[in-house]
Design a protein around this ligand. Sequence first.
Ligand SMILES: Cc1ncc(C[n+]2csc(CCOP(=O)(O)OP(=O)(O)O)c2C)c(N)n1
Length: 375
Amino acid sequence: MSHAPSQQASPDGTVPHTDPVQPEIRRFLHPDGTATGPLPEPLADPDRLVGLYRGMVLARAFDEKAISLQRTGRLGTYASSLGQEAVSVGTAAAMDDADVFAPSFREHGAQLWRGVTPEELFLYWGGDERGSAFEGPKRDFPVCVPVATHFPHAVGAALALKLDGGASVAVAIGGDGSTSKGDFYEALNLAGAWRLPAIFVISNNQWAISVPRQAQTASRTLAQKALAAGIPGWQVDGNDAVAVASCVGDAIARAREGAGPTLIEALTYRLGDHTTADDARRYRSDEEVSGHWKEEPLTRLRTYLANEGHWDKDREEALIREVRQRIDEAAEHYLATPPQLPEAMFAHLFATLPAPLEDQVRSLGGDAGNGEGSP
Ligand SMILES: Cc1ncc(C[n+]2csc(CCOP(=O)(O)OP(=O)(O)O)c2C)c(N)n1
């Protein structure tokens, strides 16, 4: 694994071009489920691998339920993680509870892994503020829908963690399109300059809504965007949960040792629509999508586990039953939760509400008097 190089000027004053970008893509499982070689410790432990598989199955079941709720008018617009579960779950599996996670809008797998409940996630996507008040990972950020604005938040958290003197890190995930935003470059730059314990994971699913990766940037890889920030940029097979967990784990270990941030580009593919408000058939072909189904992460890990004798049909059926029951219960809980008053949307943004918002709260019949998000 390459780290940031030291640069030495030659006698004529020129500095040799050095590239901290890892030349090869890290992968442990081929798309057909065979291993490229020995799996890295401690991920090689069958229990760990089964755990990763369970996390991905849970994320997929959550997606299925969320889409069916949206289609029947009982959830808001929803962004599925179909095909990208390995990036989400693999990243979360590399983190400690005390680390801080800053998700974009497609990281239910990571959030569920870190202890956000499916009930809370349904509430969030149903437009209920209580869905962001996690009981579990209290220091994690809520879902971020604005593209890339959570990267500076994660850098702020990383600075706080560094000043705190512990070894915790902040991890943020965004899409390929998010790397075209100023927030991304600014965050990366500051994290590099201050050697902050921040990890940037890019879930490169090839599309920013209908804009393909090639039209998004002339950069040869997204990992090489690390170069300008003076930090390592690594590429990983984002459909291989073992490789993602290993890669993010190495980046986190560097950060805990004080070596600073890392940018990781996880190569994956969005198998579903951008959101329930999108129809991806308008901009990409069935052949393209079906080709990528052959690489998807769940089948890949399940095949490996089955070939190694750690998984079978009975275990699969029991897991699907268990996970569906958990998700169905969560959905029932969500549907049975009495809605909040509309003025709840003002409750968490400001310690003191600005005057125009006070007026808006009053127009909804609420009490804006105490300035602390009264609803
Ligand atoms: C600041 C901002 N601008 C525009 C949008 C509208 N928008 C929502 S998702 C999206 C594309 C995101 O693409 P990418 O970062 O690749 O993530 P993906 O959806 O592929 O996971 C855009 C432009 C937004 N949410 N926020």
